[in-house]
Structures are given as C-alpha cells and as structure tokens.
Design a protein around this ligand. Structure first.
Ligand code: ADP
Ligand code: MG
Length: 238
C-alpha cells in the first residue's frame, strides 16, 4: 500500500482482518480490508451470522482479531497503551438491547462513561443534561430506564454513547427493538448527528430502508465483504 499522505485518510481501517472464535469452527471474518473516512455514515448489512457484529466489535476494540489489524487515525490499535482507554475516549457504542443500568436515572446513565474522565461533578451533570436535551429527553432526566419507553431508552443510550465526544459511533441494530415510529425518530437523530455534527458512524441494520439513510452500504456474507457501494439518494435527502 502507498504510504504517501492521503487526502482521504481513513479514520478507521482494517488490514487483512481475520477472526476465528476459540471453538475454531467458523471463520467469522476472512481477510477484511476496509477504510472508513472521517465523517462518513456507513451501513453494514448481511445475513445473520455473516460477521457484522464481529467486524463492528473488532473496529471498536471490544474484540481482538485473530490476524490482521485495525488502525485508528492511521495508528494500529495494538500501539494504544490501553484498549479500555482507547475505547472510552474514541468510540461510542449503541446496541440493540440498550444496556442501560436499570437502577440509575437517565441523567446518571449518561454520566457513566464520564466517570473515568476528569470533569468535575457539576460539569459532568451539566453535560449529561445537555446531551439528553439534544436527543429530546430533557423532560425525563430523572426517570429510571424501566419507566421509559423503548424509544426513549434508545435515546438515552445514544446520549450516553456521545458522552465522551467519540470520533466514531458504532451501532449494532440500533432500531432492532423499535416500532416504525421510534425507528424513524432514532434514525432522524443519527442523520442529524451525521449532518450537523459530522460524526463518523457505522451502523449495522437488517433493513434496506434504514441502510439507505446512510451514504454507503457494505454487504457481508460468510465473513467477507461482498459489496461496498455509495447510496444514490433519490427523492428525500437523507
Ligand atoms: P452477524 O452479526 O452478522 O449475525 P456475528 O459476527 O455475530 O454475525 O457472527 C459471525 C459468525 O461467528 C457466526 O457464524 C457466529 O456463529 C460466530 N460467532 C459469533 N460470536 C461467537 C462466539 N462468541 N463464539 C463462537 N462463534 C461465534
Ligand atoms: Mg450481529
């Protein structure tokens, strides 16, 4: 690969990424080469078991590749001192199942990723409040997750993912548990994050319609990328 400065530098990049789980029965990823540029909004699609989650988790250092490497801003993840620090500073995760702490309020849940940082308490609370306001949850700051609708829970989870101003937002079927109205609202939120804040986002989805809100669709099958195409926008702007 050419090492000269590249105007379209990758924010995150994989080189010959392979993953075999310890039981060794399947190759979850086979020689995956990928470059996601700063500011891109990418959807990942593919049948169940095709390696989507494994790829996302490897990009976000939640899982290690068996071979190959992930580079973030051109730097191999292996050269970050601590992957925990890397993850909490640079990556925001949104999952289908939200994973909010049920006994903490919305306002407290959003502060959890900030506990490791050096913000004073008052600033931390203020930031959590602003984030919740920005996702339309300013009126439910003190609610516990079990008292929130699933759509509201996902909004809180998105606010939490943004807590440390990550450069990359990774989401694994973020609308998988939502009805169509909430799905549309959460998608609007993602599109706004991308459009207004230029956030780089990678989102796994089963829905062709959801994927078309992104700018680029990567399709996987049996651990490999089998298609990688820009989304051609027709009527409504995404
Ligand atoms: P997808 O998200 O596309 O459904 P996954 O990345 O979850 O796919 O899985 C890819 C392949 O790896 C599948 O064959 C799956 O069974 C296997 N796999 C995923 N997680 C594990 C695990 N923890 N241990 C063993 N095999 C796994
Ligand atoms: Mg999956």
């Amino acid at each position: 690969m050419n090492k000269s400065p590249n105007p379209h530098r990758c924010l995150v990049e994989t080189r010959k990424l392979c993953k075999t789980y310890p039981d060794g029965r399947v190759n979850a990823l086979i020689d995956v080469n990928l470059c996601i540029r700063q500011g891109e909004f990418v959807a990942i699609m593919g049948p169940s078991g095709s390696g989507k989650t494994t790829l996302l988790n490897t990009l976000g250092a939640l899982d290690n590749p068996t071979q190959g490497e992930v580079l973030f801003e051109g730097k191999p993840l292996g050269s970050w001192g601590s992957l925990d620090v890397f993850r909490s500073r640079e990556i925001g995760f949104v999952f289908q199942a939200f994973f909010l702490l049920p006994t903490l309020s919305a306002l407290e849940n959003v502060q959890v990723p900030m506990f490791e940082g050096d913000l004073p308490v008052r600033k931390r609370v203020e930031r959590a409040r602003e984030l919740l306001e920005s996702v339309g949850m300013g009126h439910r700051l003190n609610a516990l997750p079990p008292k929130l609708s699933v759509g509201e829970r996902q909004r809180v989870a998105i606010a939490r993912a943004l807590a440390n101003e990550p450069k990359l937002l990774l989401s694994d079927e973020p609308t998988g548990n939502l009805d169509s109205k909430n799905e549309a609202e959460v998608l609007d939120l993602f599109c706004d994050l991308h459009r207004t804040h230029g956030k780089t986002m990678i989102m796994i989805t089963h829905s062709e319609e959801v994927a078309r809100r992104a700018e680029r669709i990567i399709r996987m099958r049996d651990g490999q990328i089998v298609a990688d195409d820009p989304v051609v926008k027709t009527s409504r702007a995404g």
